[in-house]
Design a protein around this ligand. Structure first.
Ligand SMILES: Nc1ncnc2c1ncn2[C@@H]1O[C@H](COP(=O)(O)OP(=O)(O)O)[C@@H](O)[C@H]1O
Ligand SMILES: [Mg+2]
Length: 355
């Protein structure tokens, strides 16, 4: 590769406008040049770090990056490390694809060009898209199944009522009552599988009002002993959405948390505003983040892949539709729910774009 030292204005302009972080090190692994994307990624200004040894630039521990540089030095070939975890000087951890190309002059390696591409975001977007499409697929399946059951159910119930009217013997009515009651029970089940079927209203919603309501409902259900810690960002503006549907969505999640955390459990509710945030593949200027956490035993490992699917429940008396409904409701608001869970700390993150 024949890359000259970035000396002319044109070269600097090109490099500075690249979106991948580009760093140039000399043979002693001292930083000779860093472009704007590099400064942004590392959150350090060129003035401060030019001339510094590589370990003052990227890593707390240098061995890995030095390893990449050395491999490239030994082989004389460009070298790419994929999904490499690096720690920045400020402690942030990033996942990056890192390519190091040795630059030669008269057969001698004189410099290294390092390109760093942050992949955390890409990985997250791919994962979210998968989650969204899986949710849509499973909901479509459940909906069509539920409709198949719902239609004949109405006929069944109606026929039983007609029959009941014709019956002269009172004892026989017991049987028609069983048919009617069971049809009603199935109807309820199917309705809950289908979830709320109205489109979300477009009203101005104060997210904290929603959360306060949910909080009070859960407190009333669980009673004393439960602690709910709140950390609200009061600067969050009103969002456009459906007040009741949002209550339902958050209630299903917090209720699970309260059940998991048990009698003396601690729940957390946190709100923040995120700027320039991507949900799925769509970029939003402002996104509301709500975190609902609990200190319960965590979501069983074997359920973690499936908890957003309907009919998946870890409890014997659960119907397993709560989270699938929450996810559907939040999706209708162009948002997304994700979670992390380990014993003692389960966190559901709800992302809602502010449009
Ligand atoms: N905060 C949580 N802690 C532990 N497990 C959870 C939590 N939230 C959900 N789960 C698990 O996910 C399952 C599915 O939840 P959900 O869809 O609400 O159905 P249900 O509550 O009717 O079981 C629960 O049964 C439980 O096993
Ligand atoms: Mg539930």
């Amino acid at each position: 590769m024949h890359v000259q030292k970035p000396s002319t204005g044109l070269e600097i302009r090109v490099l500075d406008n690249l979106s991948s972080a580009t760093l140039l090190f000399d043979r002693e692994l001292r930083l000779k040049y860093i472009n704007s994307a590099g400064e942004m990624l590392l959150a350090m200004s060129a003035r401060k770090i030019l001339g510094e040894y590589v370990n003052q630039v990227i890593l707390c521990t240098t061995t890995e990056i030095e390893g990449i540089l050395n491999r490239s030095l030994q082989s004389g070939q460009p070298f790419t490390e994929r999904e490499h975890h690096i720690t920045l000087m400020d402690g942030r951890e990033l996942t990056v694809d890192c390519t190091v190309s040795p630059i030669r002059e008269e057969g001698q390696i004189i410099e290294f060009l390092m390109e760093i591409l942050q992949v955390d975001r890409q990985l997250r977007i791919t994962r979210e898209e998968l989650l969204l499409s899986r949710n849509q697929a499973s909901r479509a399946l459940v909906r069509s199944l539920a409709h198949e059951i719902k239609n004949p159910l109405g006929g069944l119930r109606g026929a039983a009522q007609l029959l009941e009217r014709e019956l002269l013997e009172l004892e026989l009515k017991e049987y028609t009552q069983i048919i009617i009651q069971e049809a009603d029970r199935l109807q309820k089940l199917v309705d809950s599988m289908l979830g709320p079927n109205q489109l979300p209203k477009h009203e101005e919603v104060n997210i904290h009002q929603v959360l306060e309501r949910v909080c009070n409902l859960v407190k009333a259900e669980v009673g004393v002993g439960l602690t709910i810690l709140k950390d609200y960002d009061p600067s969050i503006p009103l969002m456009n959405g459906d007040f009741d549907q949002l209550i339902q969505a958050f209630l299903n999640i917090l209720r699970n948390g309260a059940r998991a955390a048990g009698k003396d459990g601690i729940l957390g509710i946190l709100t923040r505003i995120l700027r320039q945030f991507t949900i799925g593949s769509k970029r939003h200027k402002l996104v509301i983040l709500v975190e609902l956490s609990d200190n319960g035993p965590g979501i069983p490992e074997d359920l973690q892949d499936r908890i957003f699917f309907p009919m998946v429940s870890g409890s014997s008396d659960g119907m397993g539709v709560g989270l699938s409904i929450s996810q559907a409701l939040i999706n209708r608001h162009q948002g997304l729910i994700e979670f992390t869970s380990k014993p003692g700390n389960t966190v559901f993150r709800i992302l809602l774009p502010l449009e």
